[in-house]
Design a protein. Sequence first.
Length: 155
Amino acid sequence: MFGYMAEGVFDFRNPTTTYVDAGFRKKLAGNAILYADLMYAFGRSQPGELTTLSHLHALGVETRLDVETGLRNRFQFRFDLPLRIEYGFSRFHVEQGARVHPLIIDLEPAARQSSLSLSHNYRLSPKSQLTSDISYTRNKDHQHGRNRYGAMISL
C-alpha cells in the first residue's frame, strides 16, 4: 500500500494501491510547455492479526514549466505537493485485563510538504551537458519542522 510491503504481526495483509493521474499539457509561446498533474491514490488491505486499516485516500499535485532557449539551454521550473493521506485510520486491538479495546489512530498528517526547484541544462556537445539544480523543500507543520535547501552541478 503506497509502496509499503506489509510484514509481521503488527501489519495489515494483502495491501493494494490504485493510482489515478489526471494530467494537463499546454504548449505556450515559443518553446515553453506547461505540465500539471493531479494525483489520487486509493489504498486498501485486509485485516492483519492485530491491525486493521481503513481505506486510505491520498492526493498530490505536480507542476512543471519547461523552457528551451536556443539549441543549448533548457530551463525547468517545478512546484510539487507529493501524495499525502487525506483520509484514513488504523485500528489496533489492545488487551487490558480480560477486555479487548480498539485503539484508533488517525493517519492523516497535520503537515503538508511542498517542493520548489529550478534546473538548467546546458548542452556542451551532442554527448555531454552541464546540469545545475537549485531546490527548496518546505515541511510546514512537520514534527521536526525541517526545511531543506539543495544545490547541485553535474557534468
